[in-house]
Write a protein that binds this ligand. Structure first.
Ligand code: URA
Length: 225
């Protein structure tokens, strides 16, 4: 059987593509698929809670079907995201697409968002007060989407979602639960870090395999809410 060029590329970097599972989720844009989520994205668009609103071109609320089983959370929009108002559309986004593909997920079937909804200047790290102001939007978003599994990409997402101050190294490699919703959560490296550190790709692959196994074992109906 002929190998797809993308699969060939993934093999070369040590990643074997998983078979995509049949999706039962209709592809509905979240901001058109739920009144509550739309209202929340309108609120974010108006937000002036921290100084990041002064320089933004667009807020970056998130993108994907509201019925998505998988939620991927990054750090903050970069310049491409700020221009387009969409998450992970730059180089890190291309790598994220490949990572998704490697575990049989298409970008349009997962929900992708960030801890911060506005771009920090010069792509600096989010500051404590920015995270404190913006985090409630993320928690509300998750409450509306109620995914089956959450992948926290990078330190800021992991610490915000788990209300932890531990490092990525401490948080990786174990199953966590998000809030009282008890949604399985896996911590992995941020795609932008992988662009600088290609050797860590295998670790991300392992993390996502782990997430797949937690996902297979989870059922929405078994959660308390
Ligand atoms: N990095 C992030 O954390 N989020 C984006 O949307 C883009 C780059």
């Amino acid at each position: 059987m002929a190998i797809h060029p993308r699969s060939q590329h993934l093999r070369e970097i040590g990643i074997v593509r998983w078979q995509r599972r049949a999706s039962s989720t209709p592809s509905v844009r979240a901001d058109g698929g739920s009144i509550e989520l739309k209202a929340l994205s309108d609120k974010v668009r108006q937000c002036q809670a921290c100084s990041l609103h002064l320089r933004r071109q667009n807020t970056v609320f998130g993108h994907g079907p509201i019925e998505a089983d998988w939620l991927f959370v990054g750090e903050a929009p970069g310049s491409n995201e700020d221009k387009q108002g969409l998450p992970f559309v730059g180089r890190a986004g291309q790598l994220l697409n490949s990572i998704l593909f490697s575990i049989g997920l298409a970008r349009d079937e997962v929900y992708i968002t960030n801890v911060l909804k506005c771009r920090p200047p010069a792509n600096r790290d989010p500051m404590g007060d920015e995270v404190i102001q913006c985090e409630p939007y993320l928690h509300d978003q998750i409450n509306h989407i109620k995914p089956e599994i959450i992948v926290a990409m990078g330190r800021f997402a992991a610490q915000a979602l788990l209300k932890s101050t531990s490092s990525i190294a401490e948080l990786r490699g174990q199953g966590h639960e998000y809030s009282e919703l008890k949604i399985p959560l896996v911590v992995t490296y941020h795609p932008a870090y992988l662009l600088r550190s290609l050797l860590e790709k295998q670790k991300v692959w392992k993390d996502l395999q782990f997430a797949q196994s937690l996902f297979s074992g989870s059922k929405k109906s078994e959660r308390s809410i």
